[in-house]
Design a protein. Sequence first.
Length: 216
Amino acid sequence: MSIASNISQIKSELPSGVKLVAVSKFHPIENIREAMSASQTAFGENRPQEFAAKAQALEGQGIEWHFIGHLQTNKLKMVLPYASLVQSVDSLHLLEAINDWGRQQGRTVSVLLELHIAAEDSKQGFGEEEILDILFRAGSFPNIRFCGLMGMATNTPDEDTIAADFGRIKAFYDYLVDLFPEYTDFRELSIGMSGDWRIAIRYGATIVRIGTAIFG
Ligand SMILES: *Cc1c(COP(=O)(O)O)cnc(C)c1O
């Protein structure tokens, strides 16, 4: 299957209103161009250097870039000038550094807070209490736009485990939307990758991040 036909196939199954972010990490620019020719506009990368290089090479071509990887504060300058959404904010230290960068640049940076939902210890992310603490004092981050949550399910073929992980993040997301009705930007739930996006859709994903099933 070609990149273009993989994209058309996935888009034909996505409910309207769910955004497909094509995860192009490790894949060359020509593959991104092929995806663009299939009307794909949102792309995700997880390494600052690769993200910046691709964003620069394709500047001015209407791509919406999402950063989805672990971000160290000394790499902000590679990522923030190009990112329409930083999906993977996983520490208070990083959030504060992004807010500082935004203040210096006179910009507001759109972010998702990454919730740790997987059974593995290795996955990054906040606990629920930490996210609550941050959102209760969202006013102390004037240069951050809190757009929602991101999460990765346990890496397992067991669909019940994956569904339980997504069920938990969806419930917490709904709770936050109810708790903070004034945060009208807080509407995105980024869950679902190549192996589990169909399950994520059942749990209210508004963004899916798909790499392998598009680019191989
Ligand atoms: C690589 C990656 C994806 C895409 O994974 P695939 O299984 O290739 O679809 C999604 N989200 C994050 C955070 C990733 O690092």
